[in-house]
Design a protein around this ligand. Structure first.
Ligand SMILES: [Ca+2]
Ligand SMILES: [Ca+2]
Ligand SMILES: [Ca+2]
Length: 371
């Protein structure tokens, strides 16, 4: 510019570098020694002098992404360039999403994140996506996850900036299955069975209870005092998250064998074996292991077990009582003796037969001559 001449030529438009929404300056190139200023929404937001080398750096407070900034250059004569237009870029990642608790029963991951952001839910190699609504709420459908699974949730804005991940661990809300319990008899001093590995098992009888823990294979054995047959026992398992199973309910069974039967003398003329045993039990008469007769024991405890044939003198009979649970008594062994011929002669006499019957059923071995 020569002195005396009036400069009426405006500078060319500045060349402006991209501006991000975190930037606190605008840089670029413009006519040397000009002044550059930036205008956003009608207000000046910054101003700088261009260096001899034609470079500028004007300070601004960071602008919201999408803001349109016009940058002008003005020379010493007050000529103003056409504006350079720059739209503030979104370079800010959304904040970490807030994620609600997720349980192993849930089919969604819910929470809040940056409005309209895209949500990614990730477990290991699997991922599912959704979108935050205009209020920032999201609900992303997922398949049920196992308790303890780590879930990562990120939000991505439209510019592709991804938030840091929120991490949640899937909580256990699933109760264990009811324990499988082995038979408990009135002889048992422990309740045994299987339940969920690592669960706590409680045995409840009336108002009392006993606790134990399953081992790594799920087995448990909980010591209890002996219970009467017919007692109701309930067994529950509780996982480490405190979820309790339904109760396995069962009855203590009779595991006590009857006492060995008391058996009257048996002669080679007998077709019935008489004696006493546990009321309600069943009598089996055997030779060796083969059954030759049986009978029921009445309420009074007496029995008359029919055998299918008279046995020879010297034959060893084995008499066993079984209770309703088929618990077997120890065997009573009797040897068949020679019958009393005198008595057998008199069998026809009603009075005598009656007396014999009464005596036999009373468990007497000898007939008293009371007639
Ligand atoms: Ca952003
Ligand atoms: Ca569980
Ligand atoms: Ca019994």
């Amino acid at each position: 510019m020569t002195s005396g001449e009036t400069d009426t030529t405006p500078p060319s438009s500045p060349v402006v570098n991209q501006v991000g929404d975190t930037d606190s300056n605008i840089t670029g190139k413009a006519e040397a020694n000009a002044t550059v200023y930036a205008i956003a929404e009608g207000s000046e937001i910054g101003k700088d002098s261009v260096s001899q080398a034609g470079e500028f750096q004007l300070y601004i407070s960071p602008q919201i992404a999408g803001t349109r900034i016009e940058v002008y250059a003005m020379d010493h004569s007050g000529n103003v360039s056409e504006p350079a237009i720059v739209i503030v870029e979104d370079v800010t990642a959304p904040g970490v999403p807030q994620v609600n608790n997720v349980t192993d029963q849930d089919l969604t991951v819910t929470g809040t994140a940056e409005l309209n952001s895209s949500i990614t839910v990730k477990t290991g190699l699997d991922s599912w996506t959704g979108k935050a609504n205009t209020a920032g709420q999201f609900s992303v459908a997922i398949p049920k996850q196992q308790a303890g699974t780590q879930i990562e949730v990120t939000a991505k804005d439209d510019a592709g900036n991804v938030s840091a991940a929120a991490t949640v661990i899937v909580a256990d809300k699933t109760p264990p299955a009811a324990p499988a319990v082995n038979k408990v008899t009135d002889q048992s001093t422990a309740v045994t069975g299987t339940a969920e590995k690592g669960s706590e098992v409680t045995v409840k009888i009336g108002t009392e209870s006993w606790k134990g823990t399953t081992n790594t294979e799920g087995h448990f054995s909980i010591t209890i005092p002996k219970q009467k047959a017919g007692t109701i026992i309930e067994v529950k398992a509780k996982d480490t998250a405190g979820n309790a199973s339904s109760a396995a309910k069962f009855t203590v069974v009779d595991g006590t064998p009857p006492n060995a039967p008391m058996v009257n003398t048996v002669s080679d003329r007998n077709l019935e074996i008489y004696g006493t045993a546990e009321p309600g039990s069943t009598i089996s008469v055997r030779i060796g292991t083969s059954e030759i007769g049986k009978g029921a024991v009445g309420e009074s405890g007496f029995f008359a077990a029919e055998i299918h044939a008279q046995q020879n003198e010297g034959t060893e009979l084995v008499i066993i009582a079984f209770d309703a649970e088929r618990n077997a008594s120890s065997p009573t062994k009797v040897k068949v003796i020679k019958g009393d011929t005198q008595l057998s002669k008199l069998v026809g006499k009603t009075r005598y037969t009656t007396a014999v019957e009464i005596s036999k059923r009373a468990g007497l071995h000898q007939i008293q001559s009371s007639w």
